[in-house]
Design a protein around this ligand. Structure first.
Ligand code: PEP
Ligand code: MN
Length: 339
């Protein structure tokens, strides 16, 4: 971080600032020009409040040289993180597809879809039990019963299960869940992130509807700062002025994030587009862009789905897509150190 001082700064205020920075364990590299003085802060500046310094009378401006996230930063951890989820590895060249319905609706439904997506090559099963719906009158999920049904589907198919948590108090229900999902609407639920940071379970963190990539990485940092390094990032589209699609899929997030972080990055083209016909092209594009995996909504009967039927693939469409994904995987962009 560098601090550019105003001309002729008040010496007392400058001493206060210097003492305060040194008190945080930082060294200061001074660079004094004819009219401008620049302070270069050396050390861990992740805890320094830029806005506070910028507000001081003697300061012209402050600039960060290094990103404010450390655990998630590739600079401090150059090799890709590989997360092993009950034998399904993701990251570092391992590609995984998470597939299943938006909501768990019944034991028959989730077990049937589980067997179908496994046969098509999916490595993990998804299904929402606690659903974050815009309307309080929309289907809210089967809650604890939904998780039990997912556990039955895990038993029936052998696939590890992924489901969303919306409330810290519900976490005891997630004991047998293999990957806990943090939905877009909770990306900045910091108390939840901190709690997940104390757990020894992979976390699938979805990008918030209107969050920058730096904010996304800072949310991953919350989980990692607590000691849980098993974080998978999921780009799922962001809110823009475009209304033709449910969200706007920010595919450039994939190579950007892969450069910034060692964590696996996956893409959810279902929530990103909201339209089943767009899922296949966007899934292929995400694969080509170097994603470490995909999350795809698959339903046995999309027309009668209790949520997100319009964006859900039928099992046979999913199977067809898996064939195409496998075919282009060898040509997809891979992040390499120094690239
Ligand atoms: C989901 O994956 O079920 C979901 C609700 O997605 P998002 O949080 O990305 O909207
Ligand atoms: Mn959904």
């Amino acid at each position: 971080m560098i601090i550019v001082l105003k001309e002729n700064p008040d010496q007392k205020q400058l001493n206060n600032l210097t003492d305060w920075l040194k008190g945080m364990g930082l060294d200061i590299h001074w660079s004094k020009g004819e009219s401008t003085t620049i302070m270069g802060l050396v050390g861990d500046t992740t805890k320094v409040d830029m806005a506070l310094i910028e507000a001081l009378d003697i300061v012209e401006r402050v600039a960060r040289i290094q990103e404010p996230f450390k655990n998630a930063n590739r600079k401090f951890h150059p090799l890709d993180t590989v997360i092993d989820i009950g034998g399904a590895k993701i990251g570092g060249g391992h590609f995984q597809v998470i597939a299943g319905p938006c909501s768990v609706e019944s034991t028959e439904q989730i077990c049937g879809v589980a067997v179908d997506v496994k046969a098509a090559g999916a490595g993990l099963l998804r299904g929402g039990a606690f659903k974050p719906r815009t309307s309080p009158y929309a289907f809210q999920g089967l809650r604890a019963k939904g998780i039990e049904m997912l556990e039955a589907a895990k038993e029936a198919s052998g696939l590890p299960i992924v489901t969303e948590v919306m409330d810290i108090n519900h976490l005891p229900l997630f004991e047998n869940v293999d990957v806990i999902q943090v939905g877009a609407r909770n990306m900045q639920n910091f108390e939840l992130l901190k709690e997940l940071g104390t757990m020894d379970k992979p976390i699938l963190l979805k990008r918030g509807l209107a969050n920058t990539l730096e904010e996304f990485l800072m949310s991953a940092e919350y989980i990692m700062a607590g000691g849980n390094e098993k974080v998978i990032l999921c780009e799922r589209g962001i809110r823009t002025f475009e209304r033709a699609t449910r969200n706007t899929l920010d595919l450039s997030a994939v190579p950007y994030l892969k450069k910034q972080t060692h964590l696996p990055v996956i893409v959810d083209p279902s929530h990103a587009t909201g339209i089943a016909a767009l899922v296949r092209p966007m899934a292929l594009a995400a694969t080509a862009a170097g994603a470490d995996g995909l999350m795809i909504e698959v339903h046995n009967d999309p027309a009668h789905a209790l949520s997100d039927g319009a964006q859900s693939l039928k099992p046979e469409e999913f199977s067809d897509l898996m064939g195409a994904v496998k075919a282009i995987r060898p040509y997809s962009h891979q992040y390499h150190k120094g690239q």
